[in-house]
Design a protein around this ligand. Sequence first.
Ligand code: HEM
Length: 401
Amino acid sequence: MDEQKPDGNEAADLDIFDVAYNTDPGPVWRDLRERCPFARTEKRGGFWLTTTYDDVQSLVRKVPELSNRQVSVVEMPEDRDLLGDFNTDQFPPITKDPPENIPLRRALLPFFTPKAVEVYRPFTQALCNDLIDKFIAKGACDAAVDYAQQITPRVIGHMLGIGTDRADDFVQWVRGFIEYGFNDQELRAESHRQLVDYFTEQLARRRAEPGDDFISQLLEKEIEGEPLTDKVIVKMCVLTLAAGIDTTWSSIGSSLLHFASHDADRRRLAGEPALFPTAIEEMLRLHAPVSVGRIAMEDVAHNDATIKRGERLILNFPAANRDPAVFDRPDEAVLDRAKNRHVAFGIGVHRCAGSNLARMEMDVALRTWFARIPEFTISDPDGVTWAAGQVRGARNVPVQF
Ligand code: HEM
């Protein structure tokens, strides 16, 4: 043990919003995994942090004692009653613990089967081509801002049956709510209100004039013979929008950054398109964007530690994906990695509902880009930026081609 830190709390000063940490967290995870694999930071209200594959596998199964009622690790004003009479209807099913989450999750899953999401492939393909048309002649663009970040809000808008013309508003509200809002409670509350108002109005329209879209179909669903309430439908829409926008655009942006800055990988993928399926899984593993929080509803023993009632922890799926006990050459991209049991989409009762949609979007976005722009490099290394916090991903990727 490090004599400088006799309490064994090797991560006391770690801030998941720190820019340097987010730019390259691999060395921090590697160091912690060796010295203090289940660490505790005192920043941002204090929480436990996993770094190994085994730890996320075992902790994610400790339900409901490790609760999903607040998946953000940063404390929010609405969390005051988190251990008591807390309203878990916030964003069903992610904020509900078993067994309450199960019927709500069942209502959502049919929209995201591999077959269901294929319906959106032609739309996504046309969208990607339109976006590339706008910048290809310039020989330069920001692959995150001009491409990745334009794709996901439009695909979800199309899927929800609310069109694409409000895509910029969705982005603003979602970022205000779950990205910038972490450090600005007023913005967070206002963005949340805008999301709820928008979907409340959309719901009223669908009730008056049903179609075959996501919201109209949710109006038809029943749980134990009862229709879903308007409130639940609105919250499910907000969750789907919030969960599906910056997660997937992070993965597309980080992948394009990787290929723009790794010449051998870029040329190999451009020359061997058969590698796309394994290359996409490898990008999801290496640059997994999402970590999620849990809160202990009772004291929970884990290894040599006790997570006390009321304490939070973060399930660090991205760090688990770099655990050398499970993955050879964990910090490298191995485009034809044959065995890749990564946990980018989480594990267990809350495993990502939208993983098939995310994979389809990544597949179309990367194949379309490589077909038209097989050779591209970073134009300004200082212009590359990363989003910090629980959704990590490249936010500015200036490239030339
Ligand atoms: C690369 C992109 C994505 C990643 C890495 C990702 C990751 C995750 C993770 C780790 C969880 C687990 C949360 C937990 O354990 O509490 C999750 C849940 C969820 N994700 Fe995703 N996600 C992605 C894209 C999407 C998309 C495109 C959608 C839908 C449009 C979506 C919808 C959801 C929903 C609804 C849940 C909650 C499921 C439940 O509680 O039953 N995600 N996601």
